[in-house]
Design a binder for this molecule. Structure first.
Ligand code: IMP
Length: 423
């Protein structure tokens, strides 16, 4: 049985949490394969709004197993808070949530290093969520990291101390003013580790292999978006993991020939948090309206998101890199009321018209070229059948499908599970 993927195709925040939640009924296992608590996956159902950071979005479904894969980085302090917030739902966490022994741990000093590095960068800062993601992946590739499996060894505290001491020396090297009380941070960290250690640790690649052999249906849930991929995103304004399809293979131990459907999620417009180039960004009332109506504030940091029209050049690139087989368009409802909808179909790149994503998409090199389409005024949020969608929106969807050469299977018209139209 193949493993299906679900990926964000823009700069994150496309609505992956909602879609995983909607799709979970078709799967036995939901597995996260990269990123960490920099992600914020928002789910809404039965009048409740819930944000998950590290725990897979299948956790609310009785029959789904949830796996945190080896490619994920885990902050025990945030993880404990996530678990505490789940208390009200009566979920048997020990039997429904398994963690890979090969996943890496985010230490308090990783978070401090993130802050020191960003402060030292000044104006060139990435706009990191400051959750310690970059420094933790640096220790992973530098072969110094601490893994979940280390917690099962008697020597883990010594390993922790050695690494934390090294981090403290590195923080000093940055020579910036970072205030912290490590003793206090460590008390919270060690306390949270007790909760983490009470969970089930597994060799997740073996577990997933056996599950596949047994015919279980598996969905790999991506975090962030393709344009934040460490290799293919807008480097250096990216996160530190492979957010694209290949990341699911390395982040779960799934062989490339075992990948089935690749479900790609995009918003009907574009948003970005943090720094970095964004060709279709709007600085006018249209951008403000998208932000206000779309409630575009980071689920993890609360920061306002930058907003702009849909960038088909970037979206095509993401479809291509990931081998997307079906698309899901989110937040179509937010565009209701715009008289004209614009879509960027090409770039003017240093005076030349191009339709591929070039190495450098900084504003001084790239000006978007737009196709203008008619808007629609109808409120979509109460609609639940494809036939109810306004003609102008259907024209927009048809145009995107033709350009992207992939069918749009789901149109989401609101944050709730029920506000989902299947086509
Ligand atoms: P980091 O991964 O926290 O270091 O952040 C690096 C960049 O990725 C920053 O621009 C963040 O705003 C962005 N980023 C990280 N995680 C997310 C996410 O889940 N949604 C949107 N942007 C994110």
């Amino acid at each position: 049985m193949a493993v299906d993927l679900l990926l964000g195709l823009q700069w994150g925040d496309e609505g992956k949490g909602k879609i995983v939640d909607v799709l979970t009924k078709n799967y036995d296992i939901i597995a996260r394969f990269q990123g960490g608590p920099n992600a914020g996956h928002t789910l809404e159902f039965d009048g409740i709004k819930h944000v998950l950071h590290t725990i897979p979005s299948g956790i609310f479904h009785k029959n789904a197993m949830n796996i945190v894969g080896n490619g994920v980085v885990i902050d025990p302090v945030i993880f404990k808070k996530e678990l505490d917030a789940l208390d009200q739902f009566d979920i048997d966490i020990k039997s429904k949530l398994f963690i890979s022994r090969k996943a890496h741990l985010i230490l308090p000093t990783h978070r401090l290093l993130d802050a020191a590095s960003e402060t030292a960068k000044g104006k060139a800062k990435i706009g990191s969520t400051l959750k310690g993601i970059g420094p933790t992946y640096m220790d992973k590739t530098g072969r110094n990291g601490m893994r979940i499996g280390d917690l099962e060894l008697d020597t883990w505290k010594e390993k922790y101390r050695t690494l934390a001491n090294k981090h403290e020396a590195m923080i000093g090297f940055y020579n910036v003013d970072i205030q912290y009380d490590l003793e206090e941070l460590e008390t919270e960290f060690f306390d949270s580790l007790k909760t983490l250690k009470a969970l089930t640790f597994i060799d997740s690649e073996e577990y997933l292999y056996q599950a596949q052999k047994a015919g279980k249906k598996i969905l790999a849930e991506g975090a962030q978006g393709s344009l934040l991929d460490i290799d293919f995103g807008t480097y250096p304004f990216v996160t530190s993991s492979n957010t694209t399809a290949a990341g699911a293979c390395t982040g779960l131990g799934v062989a490339p020939n075992q990948i089935g459907d690749v479900k790609g999620i995009f918003k009907a417009y574009t948003t970005r948090v943090g720094s970095g180039p964004f060709p279709t960004e709007l600085f006018d009332t249209d951008g403000e309206t998208m932000g206000r109506v779309g409630n575009e504030f980071g689920a993890t940091t609360g920061r306002p998101r930058r907003c702009g029209w849909l960038d088909l050049v970037a979206l095509k690139y993401a479809v291509q890199i990931n081998g997307v087989t079906e698309l899901m368009m989110m937040k179509g409802d937010v565009l209701s009321g715009f008289k004209k909808i614009k879509v960027c179909t090409a770039y003017n790149y240093k005076g030349e018209t191009i339709s591929h994503l070039p190495y450098n998409i900084e504003a001084e090199n790239v000006t978007p070229i737009y196709t203008e389409m008619k808007g629609w005024a109808q409120d979509l949020t109460k609609m639940n059948k494809a036939e109810e969608l306004p003609q102008a929106l259907n024209t927009y969807i048809d145009f995107l499908e033709k350009e992207l050469e992939v069918p749009i299977k789901i149109v989401s018209v609101g944050p709730d599970r029920t506000q989902t139209i299947h086509r």
